[in-house]
Design a protein. Structure first.
Length: 292
């Protein structure tokens, strides 16, 4: 371990201890169902005692004391989350506690239905660039008009198959348009494999893999190779039947409030390709000036 890494971990443990002490100090015994006061009368310090936090969380008093002191000890997700519940932490505070403990953040909440209009406005604002948002299963949530007319309209797929992998491996129109379909399909499959590895036993991944293996021999053969590759900047080429060749530069962006969602933006690689995309889009309706 380098000196800088050691210093960083020491600082993080110190901050973890300070955060726990601050959270403990703001709680009153009644907040967690304990009687006020103590055997000797009034409490000498505000907040809960270390012994009370340890007891309520199901951990040892010595271990918890060392944690507050910033000592070099390990803490599991289960224990840290138990402390978060005892300390009545908010979702943001629980995530912060996990990060200070060197643990992965909690799973983000499932996007609410009322989030979809917000995401739709986001992808629509990217036009004439192609844009779509999908979840950790690569299921499409929203997409804009340029994406639908240049690549494929996910709305034409059944709801259970509105998925990027399903489109890539089973849609003949998309395959015919892509100049280098195999390299693009392998890249997407490799990213999908990495995503599935982060969610072992997830029933949606299992269902998709089984369905794709049955529908596409190429998916089945490549999946058996266990490919893993994270996103890398790339330029793909689409040969559209009306506009001709269109080259698109790929970008992936994650939403801070929903890190499980990915927005993919495909930017025309030159003014020529931008003009070809624009030629496929419906003209915007003219704006009407307000009455004088």
């Amino acid at each position: 371990m380098t000196s800088s890494n050691h210093d960083e971990q020491t600082a993080r443990r110190t901050e973890l201890g300070a955060f726990l002490r601050a959270c403990r100090a703001r709680l009153a015994p009644a907040d967690v169902g304990l009687p006020d006061g103590s055997a000797s009368g009034r409490r000498r310090t505000p907040g809960l005692r270390r012994e009370e936090i340890a007891q309520l969380s199901g951990v040892g008093v010595t271990w918890y004391t060392w944690l507050e002191q910033g000592r070099k000890i390990s803490a599991s997700i289960q224990v840290i989350d138990a402390l978060a519940r005892t300390l009545l932490l908010t979702g943001d505070q629980q995530r912060h506690l996990r990060e200070l403990a060197g643990l992965p953040p909690p799973e983000p909440p499932v996007p609410a239905d009322d989030m979809l209009p917000r995401l739709q406005r986001l992808v629509d604002a990217q036009a004439p660039c192609l844009a779509s948002v999908y979840d950790e299963h690569f299921d499409y949530l929203v997409w804009n008009e340029p994406y639908a007319v240049v690549r494929h309209d996910p709305g034409t797929l059944p709801a259970s198959r509105r998925n990027m992998l399903w489109m890539m491996f089973t849609d003949p129109v998309n395959r015919a348009r892509m100049v280098r379909w195999e390299s693009a399909a392998r890249a997407v499959l490799s990213q999908f494999r990495a995503a599935a590895g982060r969610h072992p036993g997830d029933p949606r991944f299992t269902e998709l893999v089984e369905a794709l293996s049955e529908a596409s021999p190429q998916f089945r053969d490549w999946w058996a190779e266990h490919p893993v590759r994270y996103f890398r900047p790339a330029v793909i080429a689409v040969r559209h039947p009306e506009a001709g060749l269109i080259q698109l530069e790929m970008f992936q962006l994650r939403l801070v409030d929903q890190p499980g969602l990915i927005m993919v933006v495909q930017v025309p690689a030159s003014k020529t390709y931008l003009a070809r995309v624009r030629s496929l889009l419906q003209p915007e309706p003219p704006t009407t000036a307000p009455p004088g």
